[in-house]
Structure formats: C-alpha cells, structure tokens
Design a protein around this ligand. Structure first.
Ligand code: ADP
Ligand code: G6P
Length: 481
C-alpha cells in the first residue's frame, strides 16, 4: 500500500470517533452530499497522513432505510470512511443526552446543566444504557472491519466504553484511546453514577492519553510512571499534545484565491484593527465573556470605538441540546445590545456570524487579523489558536489566550494569557495587544510559530501509534516471561 507520493504507508490504522470527518446531507432517496465536519478532532486527524487509515463513525444523520444506508456507505467508502448508523432515539439519549449534556460539561468543569439538574439526574441510567448500546454498535462495525496487524485508535468521551467492547471481541487487538477534552479531577468525575464502569472500560485499552489521578482515587488503583495497573494488567498512560497540519495553512496562504480574499478583507476593514474569534458556538468557549470584555474595552477606551472591529465566527453545534439553544439566544442578545450601544450609521463594532467558513476563507481571515481572542472557560487544547499562529507569518498579530485552554501550556510564552472570567483583565489585555510594539509582537509570534510548526498533528499521531505498538510488544514480552 502506498501514499500519493509513492512512499509506503507506516501502518494500517482504524480511527474510531463518534464524528466522521464528513457529515452527510440527503439529496434524494439514494443520493447524498458530504460536507466537512467542524471541530478540533476532525482537524487534527485530517493532518495525519503517514498511515493507511480508515475512519469509522457517525455521519451526523439518521438513515432509517436500507436504500439510503447502502448509498451513503458507498459515498463514504470513497473517502475511506465507514458509517455507524445510529437511530434517532440513540442519538437523542447517547449523543445529545449522555455525551453532550452530561459528559461534555462535566469534563470541562462546568458541572451539570444548570436549570434541569433533577431531570438530568433522573435520566442518567437510561442515557448511560444508550451510551453503552451505541458503543457496542461502534464495536460491531470495528470488529467487522478489523484485520490482524492493524491498530485501532479510539477517540474521545463518546467512546469510553469502546475499548472494553473491543477487547471482549479480540483480546489481541491493539487498542488505544485518546481524549480530546480535559480529563476532570477525580472530585468532578466521582459525581458520575457510572464513574467506575467508565474508567474500567478505558483501562481495557493498551494505551491511554492521560487520566491517572481519577483511576487512583476512584478505583483505588496504583499509578506508576508507566500508567495504571489493574488486576495484573498494565495500561500505559501518557500525555500526547495534539497539533495541526501547519503546512496546509502556510501553503493555502500562497494560493491566488486566498490572496484575493485577503485583499478584499483588507479593503473592507481599512482604517480599523481586526480582532477575531473563531469557535463552535459552545458553552466552553466563553463567547459571552469574550464579547462582554470587548464591550468593557470600548467603554473604557472611547478613542478606539471606531478603530477596531470584532469578528466573531461561531459555527452552530449540537443544536438539539437545550443548553446550546440558550447560549445562542444569549450571545445574540449581548451582540445586539452592544452594537446598538456603540454602532454608528455606517459601522458596528461586532460582526457576529452563526456559520462555518470554508478553509480558504478562514485562512484569509486569520491572516488579516491583528488580535485573536480565545476565551475558553476550559478547552482540551484549542486548535484555533494554532491555526491563527500558522497564518500570521506576515502580520505577526497578537494572541490573547485563556489560561484554561490546553494551548496555554504550549503557546503561553508567546500569547497574552488571561482568565476569561475576569472581564476587566481581558479588556485590559485587548488594549495591551492593540498597542503592542512591533518588536514585541515579532518576538512573541516567533516563539509560537516555532511551536506550531514543529508540534504537528502528524507528529502527535506518529508518537501515539508508535507508543501503542511498543506497549503491546512490551506486554507480550511480560506475559511470555
Ligand atoms: P473544538 O475541538 O472544541 O471545536 P478547536 O479549537 O480545537 O475546538 O478546534 C476547532 C476546529 O473547528 C478548528 O479546526 C477550527 O478551524 C474549526 N472551526 C471552528 N469554528 C469554525 C467556524 N466558524 N468556521 C470554520 N471552522 C471552524
Ligand atoms: C470537540 C470534540 C469532538 C467533536 C467536536 C465537534 O472537538 O472533542 O469529539 O467531534 O467537538 O462536536 P460534534 O458534537 O459536532 O461532533
């Protein structure tokens, strides 16, 4: 098997994630169109090119009929994707319910949904049953496509029950599991009624990206420098910082259509500094806090009011979950109020778009930005901050970055770090960023650019998979002794 450039692939890889890199839209009984899915998981995995990879996941759509399923499977096969068909009830209970209403906020330290805690508590058991059922459905599809020698790489909080299901099918399967979100402290994790079952299931994997303290405190297991030992079996646990395919962004900026777009944007915002936010419209991204901080900046700095614009591009996400619907209304309300307060007949301070931008438009926007603002209340890594840096070789703009994003560890020396809950501090940092001398901007950018271009998605995947291979070989040696 060979790559497009003729070099052989490193290894066969089955990537298993709830979300496929493309989402399907039905155009007719047996016709489908495929659109890119949004989110950091997809972005990172698309940068992984050295493996002969197939991707197993949900296409984001309910397909109850056989004709539709066959046609969609065929369309997806061309993209090396294999669908898992989830019906509406499972999606409601597993994806909207257990994954996005319970695990997601909890793993990001936001607790359980504010207004319907009791209802959430009541539905725990049925939603967890649906979660296990969905994970089993993923396991069935993986098992049907697994061939000896391949590595199975499971992703994210949707699939914590998958490693155990897979090992029950085949104890020799090489199974890794990587979490793209923060893993909460054991004090938070222990609120989950299914806390032990989830941890034990993940421990069925051979290699896991982080989470030792919850295992030691909740399961009472011993953590060692290598990982966690449970009933004589060692699960290797380590941290694998994710990255982006920086070359793809750097290359895109040279394309004529992107250059044209950059020119248009520069003309459109001539005479004003451009601030940018790019997020899924998610409760963890701190979008209301970011906008309120911008308001405070305008309030405190009247001379900047007609000289700066905030572009907030927020792609709607998980729109069937009530918390997300509330967030959308809240953001619209705040943006409307601030534009009413500080807008003029010819300009508004905030352009808020509820939409996804295509890759080239996004690159152009990153390139013309003076200050990017990432205000996550918690975030696994936040790849938007990496993408911004990759597109800033010409401009050397400033990154204001939440200290609660994983990226604060890697880009902290180049960015201005802020506590997104402290609106006064964020407002002051906007002033600092807009007034920063060119020399300092250059120095900060250089630090971040070096990191983003050396800690790539490719490196992340290679390190994880080679560690997984080594772990399995080591385990075999241990058991044969
Ligand atoms: P998360 O994984 O929580 O979505 P990340 O910042 O790690 O957060 O990754 C988000 C990914 O989704 C990035 O690749 C980013 O470019 C993409 N994205 C987010 N919002 C938009 C948008 N409005 N338009 C286009 N792409 C977006
Ligand atoms: C985050 C999660 C991913 C998820 C993505 C988009 O990046 O870690 O697992 O795919 O958000 O969310 P969605 O619910 O649309 O898949």
């Amino acid at each position: 098997c060979e790559r497009q450039d003729g070099r052989p692939f490193r290894q066969r890889l089955l990537v298993v994630a709830n979300r496929l890199p493309v989402s399907a839209v039905r155009r007719g009984e047996d016709s489908w169109s495929l659109e890119m899915s949004a989110g950091g998981l997809v972005t990172a995995l698309l940068g992984v090119k050295e493996f002969e990879a197939r991707w197993i996941g949900w296409a984001g759509v309910n397909v109850p009929d056989e004709i539709g399923q066959k046609a969609l499977s065929k369309a997806l096969a061309e993209k090396r994707c294999i669908p898992v068909f989830l019906d509406e009830e499972i999606v409601h209970q597993y994806y909207n319910g257990y994954c996005n209403n319970i695990l997601w906020p909890l793993f990001h330290y936001l607790g359980l949904p504010q207004e319907d805690r009791l209802a959430t508590t009541r539905s725990f058991q049925s939603q967890f049953a649906a979660y296990k059922k969905a994970n089993q459905m993923f396991a069935d599809v993986v098992n049907a496509h697994y061939e000896e020698g391949a590595v199975v790489w499971c992703h994210d909080y949707h699939l914590m029950y998958l490693p155990e299901c897979l090992k029950k099918y085949n104890s020799k399967m090489k199974v890794g599991w990587f979490l793209h979100t923060p893993f909460p402290s054991s004090e938070i994790h222990r609120m989950l009624p299914s806390r032990s079952e989830l941890l034990r299931s993940v421990l069925a994997a051979d290699l896991v990206g982080h989470f030792v303290s919850a295992c030691t405190r909740i399961l009472g297991l011993e953590g060692t420098p290598e990982g966690v030992e449970d009933q004589g079996r060692l699960t290797r646990v380590a941290a694998f910082p994710i990255g982006i395919d920086s070359e793809r962004f750097i290359h895109a900026l040279k394309l004529p259509q992107v250059q044209e777009h950059i020119k248009e944007l520069k003309e459109r915002f001539a005479g004003r500094k451009v601030m940018l936010g790019v997020d899924r419209l998610d409760m963890i991204k701190g979008i209301p806090q970011k906008i309120l901080a911008f308001e405070k900046f305008l309030e405190d700095n009247p001379s900047w009011r007609d000289k700066v614009v905030l572009l907030q591009i927020a792609v709607p996400t998980r729109t069937d979950v009530p918390e997300y619907q509330k967030l959308t209304s809240q953001v619209h309300e705040i943006v409307g109020r601030i534009n009413g307060r500080f807008g003029t007949l010819t300009a508004v301070p905030i352009h808020h778009l509820d939409r996804s931008l295509d890759f080239h438009a996004l690159c152009a926007l990153y390139a013309v930005t003076d200050v990017a603002l990432v205000a996550s209340l918690r975030d696994g890594m936040n790849l938007v901050s990496y993408e911004f840096v990759a597109c800033q070789e010409a401009k050397k703009g400033v990154l204001i970055l939440s200290e609660f994003a994983g990226a604060a560890q890697s880009l902290g020396a180049g960015a201005i770090l802020v506590n997104p809950w402290n609106i006064t501090e964020v407002a002051a940092s906007i002033g600092q960023a807009l007034n920063m001398p060119a020399e300092e901007r250059e120095k900060r950018h250089h630090h971040n650019f070096k990191h983003v271009t050396t800690h790539t998605a490719q490196e992340w995947a290679e390190t994880f998979v080679s560690e997984l291979n080594d772990t399995v070989v080591e385990a075999q040696l241990r058991t044969s002794k």
